[in-house]
Ligand binder design. Structure first.
Ligand code: SF4
Ligand code: SF4
Length: 224
C-alpha cells in the first residue's frame, strides 16, 4: 500500500550506494534535483556516520561519493583516504563539479572521477537568468587527477516540472543514496523530491530499502 503520490517500491537489487557527503555546494543551479539552493542550513555527513554505516556495506559493488559538492566537506581528505579501508568497495567513484581545488592531491584512492560540465547552456530551461561555467575548473582537475576521468558534457538540467507519473530508467539502476542525516532513500534523487521517504540504515538495509515506496508520482524525472 502506498500513499497518494508514491509509487510501489523498486525491487531491483541494490548495486550502488551513494553517500551524499554534504549539502553544501558552490553552485546554485535553479533546477538542482536535490533542491540544494533551497536548503537553509546545509549539513555535512559526519565522519562517525560514514564509519558506522560502512560495517553494513562491506564489499559493496559500487560506492559513489556525491553532494552538494563533496569537495566542500571540510574532512574530505581524511574521508577519501579511508573509504576503501572502511567499505572495501569493488569500485569507488567521485562525482564533482570540480570547482574546489584544495583536495586535488587526495583523489588517487578513487577508481574514477566524474565531473559535470556546466555552461550557460545548462540552464536554458530553468526560466531564470542563472549562469555558471566550470570549464576551467574541469580542465584543472583533468590535469591534476591521474585516474580515469569522465566528463558529463553538455548537461541540460531537467526542469522541475512533472511530465508523468511512471518510474524513469533510474528505477532499475539499483542505486540508493544516504543523506547526511543518516536516512537512506530508494532512488538517487533522495529527498530532492517532495514526499520521498527515507529510512535509517541498519544491517538489513538492502532488504528494508526495497519496501520503501518511490516518489515517482511527484518526480520531474517521471515518464508518462
Ligand atoms: S552543482 Fe549539482 S548539487 Fe550543486 S546546485 Fe548544481 S545540481 Fe545541485
Ligand atoms: S528519478 Fe524520479 S521517476 Fe525516476 S525512479 Fe527516481 S523517483 Fe522515480
Amino acid at each position: 500500500m502506498t500513499r497518494e503520490g508514491q509509487s510501489a517500491a523498486c525491487q531491483a537489487p541494490v548495486v550502488q550506494l551513494q553517500l551524499m557527503l554534504t549539502e553544501v555546494c558552490c553552485l546554485r543551479c535553479p533546477d538542482c534535483c536535490f533542491q540544494i539552493p533551497k536548503i537553509k542550513y546545509p549539513r555535512h555527513m559526519p565522519v562517525e556516520l560514514i564509519e558506522h554505516v560502512s560495517q553494513f556495506c562491506q564489499g559493496i559493488e559500487r560506492l559513489g561519493i556525491a553532494g552538494g559538492e563533496p569537495l566542500l566537506h571540510p574532512q574530505f581528505g581524511h574521508i577519501a583516504s579511508h573509504l576503501k579501508e572502511w567499505f572495501h568497495p569493488k569500485l569507488l567513484w567521485l562525482c564533482t563539479n570540480a570547482i574546489p581545488s584544495q583536495w586535488d592531491s587526495h583523489l588517487d584512492d578513487f577508481d574514477y572521477v566524474v565531473a559535470t560540465h556546466y555552461t550557460k547552456h545548462s540552464y536554458v530551461n530553468s526560466g531564470t537568468d542563472y549562469e555558471a561555467d566550470n570549464t576551467e575548473a574541469i580542465k584543472r582537475l583533468r590535469e591534476a587527477y591521474r585516474g580515469q576521468f569522465y566528463v558529463n558534457e553538455g548537461l541540460h538540467h531537467s526542469r522541475r516540472v512533472r511530465m508523468g507519473s511512471s518510474p524513469c530508467g533510474k528505477a532499475t539502476n539499483g542505486d540508493v543514496i544516504l543523506f547526511p542525516d543518516g536516512l537512506l532513500y530508494p532512488c538517487c534523487v533522495g529527498p530532492g523530491i517532495d514526499g520521498a521517504t527515507g529510512i535509517p540504515m541498519t544491517k538489513n538495509w538492502r532488504e528494508e530499502i526495497r519496501s520503501v515506496p518511490m516518489p515517482c508520482s511527484d518526480c520531474f524525472f517521471a515518464v508518462p
